[in-house]
Write a protein that binds this ligand. Sequence first.
Ligand code: ADP
Length: 495
Amino acid sequence: MKILLASSEVHPYSKTGGLADMVGALGKALARANHEVCIVTPLYRGIQERFPAMRRMDWQFNLPLGARPVQAELWSLAVEKRLTIYFVDQPGFYQRAGIYLENHVSYPDNAERFIFFSKCVANLARYLPWRPDVVHVNDWQAGLVPALMLHQRRGEGWGNPPPVCLTIHNLAYQGNFPAAAFALTNLPDEFFTIEGAEFYKQLNCLKAGIAFADAITTVSPRYAREITTEEFGCGLDGLLRRRQDRLFGILNGVDHEEWNTLHDPLLKYPYSAVRLVGKQKNKIELQKEMGLPVAADAPLFGTITRLAEQKGVDIQLGALEEMLSADIRFVLLGSGSAAFERDYNMLSRRFPSQVAVRIGYDEGLAHRIEAGCDFYLMPSRFEPSGLNQMYSLRYGTIPIVRAVGGLDDSVIDFAQDAARANGIKFREYSARALAKAIRKALALYQQPGLLLRYRQNAMRMDFSWNQTVGEYLKIYKAAEKISSGQDLRTAARVP
Ligand code: ADP
């Protein structure tokens, strides 16, 4: 198949979270399964310098954004056989210090920036001589693509447009803008209704995607069910229930090339499920790197996260307060809300020999935390897929997670399956419940034989993309059939 993927971030070119990892890995895995893949993404500051092999294409966008025409250029990078990245070059929109925000404040023209991006994607889908069989867009930043394409089919004589699949990576981010921003789409008013892009008199880009995409996926089966409920539906559960026949959950995979304990250039000591000495050495290195006194035998807990409400960092603070009287160590790498950054910095000042906090974004340190810790804390309020718990499993670091979304789908606890257990789960969203789970971890730590079994179970989990790719292909094929009127769920043979 020929697949046009669109995303506002793609690893290794740009990244703020799991979206970038997923799109980068999915593109690569599809290409290696003999499909042709083009990924469209904005050309942000610094990418060109890091990837000088990219070439300017003979392509000029000149697209209306409301009343004004906006021009952009297109660059391409041939990554490997069958995989090309297209970068939309609009310096006024994308050559900035951040991707979505700066100094904790969203860019005021994000509607312009990403409506324009969506228009470029629709333009490529229509006019690239390569002609994709399916267009796969991700999150609100490309959420208007299905509506734009539908309009071009209905109103502009685009004879046979490819089907569009939308993946929701996080329903909490919807791209809501004042109603006036709808004019930037140049779509007719019939798209701005309660059944379409309108959400309480605002423009909602993700809602438009859900309403007009041929197929909708999200990044774990459990999250696909959760978002149809009021509790997790972020106001869109009604629409999602109506579109349930075309909503599927596919758990994200892990890029086993990037996350491989035997071949990770970011680690000092390689290790494996049968030779774990390297892990212990990495633990000591990590303590040194984080400025903690070396305590080889004390259990080391870690977290790498956006410091956002969603990630449960508030109950984590409470649980740590309670648990730091025990002989435990904790390291955190993250950035986000200024208040949480302050709270965690404060915690490390109060417990300097037990807690180390690094505010910022650091790929290398993220790998070393995954490798060097004994336990990984991920007490999310909700979690569409979550990648860090899967990286933890791959690295033999036992995840302690709240049983929601992708966390519940990827971690197995003792009560579920004693023989295959690889992590610790808790249910109630509270510091007390998390502290109890940490106590279970301490008990596990006291039983080296059992801990080893957990680690080996964890490291043997297969989250490779080879499997996941097959599930996406089924959805693409099913989306193709929808125009012929077939029932999507039957076509996809997904329960
Ligand atoms: P989300 O997409 O909600 O942020 P995920 O767990 O799906 O959460 O993905 C987060 C990704 O971002 C992981 O690859 C994680 O390692 C990475 N990440 C998050 N914060 C940082 C940070 N401060 N430094 C390095 N990597 C980070």
